[in-house]
Design a protein around this ligand. Structure first.
Ligand SMILES: CC(C)(COP(=O)(O)OP(=O)(O)OC[C@H]1O[C@@H](n2cnc3c(N)ncnc32)[C@H](O)[C@@H]1OP(=O)(O)O)[C@@H](O)C(=O)NCCC(=O)NCCS
Length: 168
């Protein structure tokens, strides 16, 4: 079992490449998520069991895609998107910090956006970024996103909704 519909999606580029996750990635994703939880809405520690439950749910959804970012045959991070009327980019993590600031995650994001626009013609692409995450806001901005609106609702932390300009 690999991903929704049993189809493995591979996006190749000279530097970064992307492939959809499979069950062998579950523990790696859990570790990356737990080490970066302060950057995300969900900030509770993810247990083995919780992660397996998430993966089973993910596997049965056909509108949710999580990719491993590969660089020189090494898994260095992840990113995903889900269809929620528009496209919500999520789960963006540079897992192996040794590969930070090299433009690999940017290249992977551009590759994923190109794929999204090929699959869902002219659909809006957005990402919700916590207001405290200034690095990610700058990173999305450098990658063609602009701030669309600020949301501050109840117990949920304030975030900025960023939208992509569609030209890749
Ligand atoms: C956001 C995140 C994925 C960015 O990862 P990164 O490795 O810094 O990403 P990139 O290398 O693509 O970022 C571009 C940086 O590389 C530099 N760079 C070097 N070569 C580059 C190239 N060929 N192309 C683009 N940028 C290049 C840029 O100058 C930029 O540097 P700067 O941050 O000093 O401005 C990473 O910081 C992360 O995992 N953060 C924690 C999780 C998180 O916040 N996720 C988002 C939640 S909404």
């Amino acid at each position: 079992m690999d991903d929704p519909n049993g189809e493995v999606i591979k996006l190749e580029h000279i530097g970064a490449s992307l492939r959809t996750i499979n069950w062998r990635d579950v523990e790696r994703l859990r570790n990356w998520k737990n080490s970066n939880m302060r950057f995300f809405f969900h900030q509770d520690y993810i247990t083995d069991r919780g992660q397996l439950e998430w993966f089973h749910g993910y596997y049965n959804r056909t509108d949710d895609f999580v990719f491993i970012v590969m660089y020189r045959r090494r898994a260095i991070g992840c990113m995903g998107f889900r269809l929620k009327g528009c496209i919500d980019i999520y789960n963006v993590i540079l897992g192996d910090k040794r590969f930070g600031g090299m433009g690999i995650m940017s290249e992977a994001l551009q590759l994923m956006i190109k794929y999204i626009l090929e699959q869902y013609y002219r659909i809006n692409i957005s990402a919700k970024v916590l207001l405290s995450n200034s690095k990610a806001i700058a990173w999305y901005t450098a990658n063609g996103f602009s701030k669309h609106s600020y949301v501050n609702q109840g117990h949920v932390k304030g975030y900025v909704l960023m939208e992509q300009s569609k030209e890749v």
